[in-house]
Design a protein. Structure first.
Length: 271
């Protein structure tokens, strides 16, 4: 199994220093949040992205791809009924696809819970169809660039759209593009009624990427989630992708998070 770490864990660290520490800690890859590179990710040129990918590679890391896609600009939205905002979201999504490809990344994790919420006054079916249209257009460019858009189910406390793997797979089937697949996250799956191993087994034909963490917002192994059954489930479906560490509580410091998480994962996957 290959392991990666999300770069926003390092806060205001220089990108080169971030890559050096991730690599020296024993990770194989880095996953990048675009807003950490530019205040407005629309300002990331393909030339910039190529240099970023080269910096990661020189440290011995593979750029897995991007996540936290719609943090900035904050007004972009997946289910919006505003035609101009729909167009802006499509254009931004395509820009991130090209950015990811220039970094030699392969996956874009689509989380962004508040930027996909369905408002009470909207017809839900119409909102779903709008999301399908937006994703379909972005996936056209993703297919051309060899990028996978990995849709992420998130907990009910975070969003009212795409709360389970099953619901997300229904959307993926509607988009009907080989570039649109599924991302699974341990913290998010812990909110589902099904067990995490069951979710993995039932979603096996769709999984493109995987995040390791805990509902306590910290790294894998820091809470009550038992990773033995998760490891066995990933093996049973022959998952070949990365397991990326994504935390939301950055205490006590990036070094501790990185080192303790990789030590736990390597032990969990060696058993």
């Amino acid at each position: 199994m290959k392991f990666a770490l999300c770069n926003e864990t390092y806060g205001g660290w220089d990108f080169d220093a971030t890559c050096d520490h991730i690599a020296s800690s024993g990770y194989d890859g880095i996953e990048i949040a675009p807003f950490t590179l530019k205040e407005d990710p629309r300002d990331i040129s393909e030339s910039d992205a190529t240099k970023i990918g080269a910096r990661a590679e020189s440290a011995g890391l593979e750029v897995i791809g991007l996540h936290w896609l719609l943090v900035k600009p904050a007004w972009l939205h997946l289910t919006t009924d505003d035609p101009l905002l729909q167009k802006d979201t499509v254009n931004f999504g395509k820009h991130l696809v090209r950015t990811c490809a220039a970094m030699n990344g392969k996956v874009m994790v689509w989380g962004s819970p508040k930027q996909r919420d369905i408002l009470p006054e909207w017809n839900r079916n119409d909102a779903v169809e709008r999301s399908v249209e937006i994703l379909s257009l972005i996936c056209e460019t993703a297919s051309e660039c060899g990028i996978t858009i990995a849709m992420e189910p998130l907990a009910r406390a975070e969003t009212n759209f795409l709360n389970t793997a099953e619901e997300t797979i229904e959307l993926i089937d509607k988009v009907n593009s080989p570039a649109c697949r599924l991302h699974l996250d341990v913290k998010a799956m812990s909110d589902e009624q099904k067990s995490i191993p069951q979710i993995i087994a039932e979603s096996s034909n769709y999984i493109a990427h995987f995040h390791a963490n805990d509902p306590n917002l910290k790294g894998p192994g820091t809470g009550e989630v038992q990773y033995g059954p998760i490891v066995e489930a990933l093996r049973s479906v022959n998952y070949q992708g990365y397991v990326s560490v994504e935390v939301f509580d950055y205490s006590p410091d990036p070094e501790t998070i990185a080192e303790e998480s990789i030590a736990f994962l390597k032990e969990a996957f060696s058993e």
